[in-house]
Design a protein around this ligand. Structure first.
Ligand code: ASP
Length: 341
């Protein structure tokens, strides 16, 4: 019996056409089959569906994540794997969000897209879709993870980040090796996969969006920091700090964070560096944050950090202590945990 894959089309450049003014607009799923006729002749069964609204992924919201999750949950037992066609701009956020929503995943969910629309001759989309499908349909290797396939590499979704608005290799995973590489053969690195779970699948789709990202820069003012931290009903903040998790030691800055934490706002420390980890207390410039209860994001990406915070706040609305604890631990392979700290 052939393996079965479901393609879920959400929008993005991969499925776009140019209007008379040269702007790109999304088109319907059937056009994808015209652009990749090879899909009609592959060695696995493909079905496809699309979100009710096809979007540029700049319009992505947790409501769309829930729609994608609804489809996968409903069809979970009928398919061996899922391919989500998605715009590249927010693909790393969606991949992270889906990874958190699906606990005990036993099947691959592979997101892919392209830098050039499928309708264009030099599009990278054909290669990306065909490889993503082959990985999702593989009988030999089962990946129990949410992944991104882009330009020859399969990455863990919640470790990925978009790094280029121009190159075909638009994604990287700096703090975790790729899970597979497509050349003449697709070479899988099975020792890097998450373990196959034995417990049943559990899906949670509620995200709390009362969060913010505070990116530090030399010269950031007290007014800006205070304005952000006093946003009505704010529940959590990811601070993008310098280097190994360092921030200004000025009293007004630490006091503002301490007051926010005292009001019940969770504060998570993530580095602006693309590679490497937060190491609280390595420098005096992070000791104060550690003292006042800022939690370390270790080597997590910003995309995974903010979606994880929204997910945990949504999943445990009345238990901030639990959310704080889980933010520091790996729940879906998104960080290296306490190693080195
Ligand atoms: N703006 C597009 C999107 O993210 C870009 C792309 O797909 O590459 O939907």
């Amino acid at each position: 019996m052939l393996n079965k894959v479901l393609i879920i089309y959400t929008g993005g450049t991969i499925g776009m056409v140019q209007d008379e003014n040269g702007s790109l607009h999304p088109f319907a799923m059937e056009r994808i089959y015209d652009a990749v006729p090879q899909l009609k002749h592959c060695s696995y069964d493909i079905d496809s569906c699309q979100l009710q609204n096809i979007i540029d992924s700049s319009n992505m919201t947790p409501a769309f994540w829930a729609d994608i999750a609804d489809i996968i949950e409903r069809e979970y037992n009928r398919y061996d794997g899922f391919v989500v066609l998605h715009g590249t701009d927010t693909m790393a956020y969606t991949a992270s969000a889906i990874s958190f929503m699906f606990k005990n995943l036993t099947k691959p969910i592979v997101l892919t897209g392209s830098q050039l629309p499928l309708g264009m001759l030099r599009s990278d989309g054909r290669e990306n879709i065909i490889c993503a499908l082959e990985i999702a349909a593989s009988k030999r290797v089962r990946i129990p993870e949410v992944c991104i396939f882009f330009e020859s590499h399969l990455y863990r979704g919640n470790r990925s980040t978009k790094v280029s608005a121009e190159n075909f290799d638009a994604f990287k995973s700096y703090n975790y090796p790729s899970l597979a590489k497509a050349g003449i053969d697709i070479i899988y690195k099975e020792h890097l996969f998450l373990p196959m779970p034995t417990e049943p699948l559990r899906v949670r789709k509620v995200f709390d969006t009362r969060v913010a990202v505070l990116k530090l820069f030399p010269g950031i003012t007290r007014e800006v920091v205070q304005a952000l931290l006093s946003a009505p009903d704010l529940q959590g903040v990811v601070i993008e700090t310098y280097g190994s998790g360092n921030a200004p030691t000025e009293t007004w800055f630490i006091d503002a964070l301490e007051a926010a934490i005292a009001r019940g706002i969770l504060v998570m420390n993530v580095t602006q560096c693309k590679a490497g980890a937060v190491k609280m207390r390595q420098y005096a410039a992070s000791c104060e944050m550690d003292r006042i209860g800022v939690v370390s994001g270790h080597d997590i990406t910003m995309e995974a950090a903010i979606t994880k915070m929204m997910y945990l706040l949504g999943a445990y609305p009345d238990n901030k202590a639990h959310v704080n604890k889980r933010l520091e631990e790996s729940i879906r392979g998104e960080l290296n945990g306490l190693a080195g700290d």
